[in-house]
Ligand binder design. Structure first.
Ligand code: 4NP
Length: 157
């Protein structure tokens, strides 16, 4: 099972989501069956490391950080993934435009958050914000990833 986390630049939200989900996958003993990658819908930061504020937020919460290289998502990436989880609705629309026949597996990451609210179902972009904005984005990501991994674990058991 391949999970693709997607945001705009692939330097803030989706690298944090992939780091958190990968660590949870390993903790649940699913490392052999679930892989988690991340992508951006835009290519401006291709090849770059994660934003240092994203890595710092991960480390503050005890998650692994470092080693990321930004990638821009392609139609092939969508086709070969089993689940494509987008940080916000703009990313969701961009991914669906890229592979219109594969829309069923393209969802908002926070659709796995049991507390998700109407009109409050995105991970807001922290890029122009401060450290607190990164901490808030990471908290939303952690909750959604716990929901995701719970569902994946139930499927595998
Ligand atoms: P991300 O954040 O989509 O969470 O990686 C952003 C990073 C860079 C830009 C926008 C959002 N940018 O416009 O360069």
């Amino acid at each position: 099972m391949r999970v693709a986390m997607v945001c705009l630049g692939n330097i803030c939200r989706s690298p944090m989501a992939a780091a958190v989900a990968s660590a949870m996958v390993a903790e649940c003993g699913l490392a052999g069956t679930v892989t988690v990658e991340s992508f951006g819908t835009a290519g401006y930061h291709r090849g770059e490391a994660a934003d240092r504020r994203a890595d710092a937020a991960l480390r503050r919460r005890g998650w692994p950080a470092g080693g990321h290289r930004a990638r821009q998502i392609t139609a092939h990436d969508v086709m070969t993934a089993d689940l494509v989880l987008c940080a916000d609705r703009a990313n969701l629309a961009a991914v669906r435009r890229l592979a219109p026949d594969h829309g069923d597996k393209v969802r908002l990451l926070r659709s796995f958050d049991p507390q998700v609210g109407v009109g409050d179902d995105e991970v807001p972009d922290p890029w122009g914000g401060d450290d607190a904005a990164f901490d808030e984005a990471l908290a939303l990501i952690e909750t959604a990833c716990r929901g995701l991994i719970g569902e994946l674990a139930a499927l595998q058991s």
